[in-house]
Design a protein around this ligand. Structure first.
Ligand code: LLP
Length: 427
């Protein structure tokens, strides 16, 4: 987070507040989220894309009522992908018309609620769903604005992309074999639907704009085909999320204005070539907005040197609050934040307290040799896909999210309690 500073005493302050104080007041582990950084990132994305485009924050990265209020105030829209996310968004006052509803297997109940509440768009992910949403809209006597999610045949990885003819995954409707064109034909033929455009999301934690370039080109080609076959120019395209952030010093993310310019240039070039008016562009960044704004604060419990290997430093959380290392072999950094140390560097592995050896938070790190029980460690860039993917494995209690802003601290998601666990256990 941008307001994190290390004082001469070695103690880290976030927004002017000492992390030692945060640990005393809120306990550990805890996610500490910098509200001003979050808002600044929202503004940077909104300004970069300007009034002719729409930025939808992807709620799956991290969603809470406070986050919804910040988004609403900063003028962003919201992408939700479940009834639960929709409830949170509506409960916290996000206007329904600023919500996009995603998912590859939305239930009938979710679809009905989304239509009933008047969400701005539903992103259709299958042929069955085209019919289901049309039925829901018709039975409610409305026309639902929809986009069709297409699979453009670009498989995006962290630093590269592989173009494939058919993507072997569950999302969207393939451009290949004319399936997406057929989906457009069906959507245009149903009274309950107002087809506003086409959607493409190519992956996550991407640094290379080349994948977006191929994706945009293929989406625009589909728009041209739709115009030729149906005489309709679809007014919008959504290029999804997936922009990478820096987890380690080797990562070099693009700034929102560079991303916006690159996408705009690609789309207008392709549209010009196809003789189409440039459609309104939308994007759905999740990680790029919330990822860098939070760190996880842990307390060290045990330190176990393994001769000739490394030292295992156990903290009071683990894979239940950050599954990304175990699941994706994700890389993180870690720092001793509760005091200064001039001890030499020691090859360490920061591990959690769960009952399996894959319970690793930071695989390879150098911590000072004198790291000891009671020290506080911070793992940065845990704002995205950590609290939102947290679990109760081993009946761990999910940590709180503490927002820091203007020298104030506020719990926005409270720590789970044992009563919370027992409440669900009704046997
Ligand atoms: N739009 C759609 C349709 C998506 O499926 C996603 C992410 C996003 C937007 C936001 O992507 P972002 O800008 O946050 O990369 N759990 C994984 C990431 C899964 C992303 C799923 N979809 C992780 O921890 O890396």
């Amino acid at each position: 987070a941008r307001t994190v500073e290390r004082g001469a005493d070695g103690v880290v302050r976030v927004g002017g507040i000492e992390v030692t104080r945060l640990a005393e007041e809120f306990g550990t582990p805890a996610y500490i989220l910098d509200e001003s950084d979050f808002r600044a990132r929202c503004r940077a994305w909104a300004e970069a894309f300007g009034p002719d485009a729409d930025v939808f924050y992807a709620g799956k990265a991290f969603l809470s009522r406070a986050v919804v209020r910040w988004l609403t105030e900063e003028g962003l829209n919201l992408d939700v992908c479940s009834g639960g996310e929709l409830t949170t968004a509506l409960d916290a006052g996000m206007p329904a018309e600023r919500i996009a509803f995603h998912g590859n297997n939305k239930s009938d109940a979710e679809i009905r609620r989304a239509v009933e509440t008047g969400v701005g768009r539903i992103v259709l992910d299958s042929f069955q769903e085209i019919v289901r949403v049309a039925h829901a809209a018709q039975s409610l006597g409305v026309r639902q604005r929809v986009q069709i999610r297409v699979t453009v045949g670009v498989e995006a990885h962290t630093h590269e992309f592989i173009a494939t003819a058919h993507e072997d995954q569950k999302f969207g409707i393939a451009l290949a074999g004319g399936q997406a064109a057929e989906a457009v034909r069906r959507a245009l033929s149903l009274d309950g639907l107002e087809l506003i455009g086409v959607h493409s999301h190519i992956g996550s934690q991407i640094f290379d704009m080349a994948g977006f370039e191929v994706s945009a080109r293929r989406v625009v080609q589909l728009l041209a085909q739709v115009r030729d076959e149906h005489g309709v120019e679809l007014p919008e395209i959504d290029l999804g999320g997936g922009l990478g952030i820096a987890y380690t010093p080797d990562d070099d993310p693009r700034e929102p204005h560079e991303i916006a310019k690159a996408l705009r240039d690609i789309v207008s070039r392709e549209c010009e070539a196809a003789g189409l008016a440039t459609p309104r562009i939308s994007v759905e960044p999740g990680r790029a907005i919330v990822g860098p704004t939070a760190f996880t604060l842990y307390e060290v419990g045990t330190v176990k040197p393994l001769e000739g290997l490394r030292t295992y430093v156990s903290v009071d959380g683990g894979m239940s609050d950050n599954i990304r290392t175990a699941l994706y072999d994700a890389e993180y950094t870690v720092a001793l934040v509760s005091r200064a140390s001039d001890a030499g560097p020691m090859l360490s592995r920061v591990v959690g307290k769960h009952c399996e050896s894959g319970d690793i938070v930071v695989k390879d790190a150098f911590l000072p040799e004198d790291v000891a029980p009671g020290d506080l460690l911070a793992v940065p860039a845990t704002g995205a896909y950590c609290r939102s993917m947290a679990s109760n494995y081993n009946h761990a209690l999910r940590p709180p999210v503490v927002a820091v802003g203007d020298g104030q601290t506020r719990v926005i998601v409270r720590r789970e309690t044992e009563e919370d666990l027992l409440r669900l256990d009704v046997g």
